[in-house]
Design a protein around this ligand. Structure first.
Ligand code: SAH
Length: 367
């Protein structure tokens, strides 16, 4: 009889049998982006029929406001460097909806639009095809975007970056407090499935959390910090900025935020491996520190509600309703979903990174 579980679960079991329990980061990385069986590589997860809905899929208003910010920043760079092309980069573009909405806004500034080269960082071949179709529809008769496996592969040059719900999908490490101190948390075999366990390797946590009750969990995202540092290093060599939007918290705090979602329901991250979305809260403080250490400025995070409201999403909603009164309920529902604190408005946050000399970046407060 075949072993239970998904094909990926069976393969991970074999790996653990051979090499011992694996760090949470290795488990998460394979569950999400394994080339044959990873969740993002095999599924088309977004939208009402998928497993979850993201802000750009809720309403075009999200991408239009984000686009207005990027066009404002890109326009300032373009004015200062009249002869150079500008990279417009999206990390983890999903179905391409956000980039399509951004490009529709950019068309309102033809002087800038014609100098933009679109670069997409995407692990999934299947999603790359969806993105190509969505973006070709929004930007007909223009060069195709270029796809990359990692931000570091995007060509050098002035760069504006956007990422929505990308960092929450990057593999995290967990540490767990034991009687013997902090240990790396691992995934081990348990019966037919998997269970979390304390590994043998000691783990380091910030000094203020050195002494916690046994069982306490502390998360870090070395992969996310590395991407933030790579973007920041680029922004020290060329003018540019990045807008990072995700759900998470401001300062490091203990807690287990690893979660899986399947068909709009919470699921066990160790079940249905490769068939559920696994994410963790983003620690914006850690990303900001990584970016500052690499030489860039970091602003925020501010809440998604503040970002969208300060940049005029309510006026945009009014304009959409005026143009199509039959859409009033749809537009108002979408607006509430994006900005209301008990929907996406407060848990989701927005942070900006910018080149060292760049001035104020509204609506972020100056520091
Ligand atoms: N930004 C989109 C999709 C968010 S889901 C939206 O808001 O709707 C996460 C996206 O990141 C997917 O496109 C996924 O395939 C991609 N992704 C996840 N991990 C990745 C990695 N390590 N490298 C590149 N892309 C990744």
């Amino acid at each position: 009889m075949a072993a239970p579980g998904t094909p990926l679960a069976r393969r991970l079991r074999t790996e653990i049998e051979a090499a011992g329990p694996m760090p949470v980061s290795a488990f998460m990385a394979q569950a999400l982006t394994d080339p044959d069986h990873g969740y993002y590589t095999t599924a088309t997860p977004f939208g009402a029929g998928g497993d979850f809905i993201t802000a750009p899929e809720v309403s075009q208003m999200f991408g239009e406001i984000v686009g207005a910010w990027l066009v404002h920043v890109g326009g300032a760079i373009a004015a200062a460097l009249p002869d150079e092309r500008i990279n417009l980069v999206e990390l983890g573009p999903g179905r391409g909806t956000l980039m399509a909405d951004i490009l529709r806004v950019a068309r309102l500034r033809p002087d800038l639009d014609r100098r933009l080269d679109v670069h997409l960082v995407e692990a999934s071949g299947k999603l790359r095809q969806v993105q190509a179709a969505t973006i070709a529809a929004a930007r007909p008769n223009r060069a195709e975007p270029r796809w990359h496996d990692a931000f570091a592969d995007v060509p050098e040059g002035p760069t504006v970056v956007v990422a929505n719900e990308f960092f929450d999908a990057l593999p995290i490490e967990q540490a767990v407090m034991t009687q013997a101190g902090w240990r790396q948390r691992v995934v081990a075999l348990a019966g037919d499935g998997f269970a979390f366990a304390a590994g043998e390797s000691p783990a380091t946590v910030p000094p203020q959390f050195a002494d916690m009750p046994a069982g306490t969990i502390f998360e870090t995202c070395p992969h996310g910090e590395q991407v933030a540092a790579e973007i920041a290093a680029r922004l020290t060599r060329f003018p540019g900025a990045a807008l990072l939007i995700d759900y998470g918290h401001d300062v490091p705090a203990p807690g287990d935020t690893l979660q899986a979602v399947r068909r709009h329901e919470y699921a066990d991250p160790l079940h249905a491996v490769g068939e559920a979305d696994i994410t963790a809260h983003v620690c914006f403080g850690a990303l900001a520190e990584a970016a500052r250490n690499a030489g860039a400025q970091a602003f925020g995070p501010i809440t998604q509600a503040q970002f969208l409201s300060d940049l005029g999403i309510a006026a945009r909603a009014d304009a959409l309703v005026a143009a199509g009164p039959g859409r009033r309920t749809e537009v108002e529902t979408a607006l509430a979903r994006l900005v209301s604190p008990d929907a996406m408005g407060a848990l989701f946050k927005v942070m900006a990174l910018a080149s060292p000399g760049m001035g104020a970046l509204p609506p972020f407060p100056q520091h």
